[in-house]
Design a protein around this ligand. Structure first.
Ligand SMILES: [Zn+2]
Ligand SMILES: [Zn+2]
Length: 260
């Protein structure tokens, strides 16, 4: 019976690993973490100076402006932002396993990372709902789940903010943003979303959640639609931020683990 339930759990991606997902060192059975202490310590949490509007790390001349160059380069519709980790190893690898590697159980660990980061740095009072960035139904169908919704649940539980599903819809199938430049990303994603029931978001303060922020074009387009539907405030929340400045340590340590 135990074998059957673990086989089913494994198929669904729900069984927690007994070994570190990076180096395969045995994990403490009571520790609800898929990494050994050494690899857990390599997670790079993002520290100030941060952009007040998107939460990304700033450098150089943009520090004094409090808003990063990316946010200043276009009309931004989100009012604030938090982004917990660098999109570098081992987080990049865990997100990859979570989205594409049948390791859906990682949502609880990754969501908790996000909760811990935000809890120590932001006031979460006064929000009406968390809205996960939606997938187009075709992508949802091939992946089987929306990673943003899975990450929203731990936040919802911890901060007692309901998740609003199904209102923000992805109505246009878009090619992946990977490989596109800033302006191309903006035009690729333009008019891809719609608020199905604007009355439900009118006057609300919202958390808009996604797994990774790269250029921010997708989150900004969602925020534009929500503001046009009447939302009074939109804070974007992401687990990780991609940037050319992050060092990616230990590729050799990960190469063996990509078999998993
Ligand atoms: Zn390890
Ligand atoms: Zn910014």
């Amino acid at each position: 019976m135990r074998f059957v339930s673990s086989a089913v759990g494994s198929f669904l991606g729900l069984v927690f690993p007994s070994r570190c997902l990076v180096c395969e060192a045995p994990l403490h059975p009571m520790r609800d973490c898929p990494l050994c202490p050494e690899h857990f310590r390599k997670i790079l949490l993002v520290e100030p100076p941060l952009c007040s509007r998107c939460g990304r790390k700033m450098s150089g001349e943009s520090v004094e402006a409090l808003v990063c160059a990316e946010c200043r380069s276009r009309s931004t519709y989100h009012d604030a932002g938090h982004s917990a980790c660098a999109f570098a190893e081992p987080i990049r690898y865990l997100i990859h396993l979570f989205k594409y590697g049948k390791r859906r159980y990682l949502a609880s660990f990754l969501g908790r990372l996000l909760v811990d980061y935000i809890r120590d740095r932001a006031d979460m009072a006064g929000y009406d709902a968390i809205i996960p960035v939606p997938l187009h139904w075709r992508r949802h169908w091939t992946r089987g789940f929306n990673q943003a919704l899975d990450l929203a649940r731990p936040l919802s539980r911890h901060f007692c903010i309901p998740v609003m599903k199904g209102n923000l819809r992805r109505v246009r199938y878009t090619t992946p943003q990977v490989g596109l430049l800033g302006k191309e990303r903006e035009s690729n994603i333009r008019n891809a979303f719609r608020a199905r029931n604007p009355a439900k978001v009118a006057g609300t303060r919202l958390l808009l959640l996604d797994d990774v922020i790269t250029s921010g074009a997708t989150l900004n387009e969602c925020a534009r639609v929500l503001k046009r539907a009447g939302a009074s405030w939109v804070t974007i929340v992401t687990l990780a931020q991609a940037s050319g400045t992050w060092v990616v340590p230990e590729p050799q340590a990960l190469s063996g683990a990509t078999r998993a």
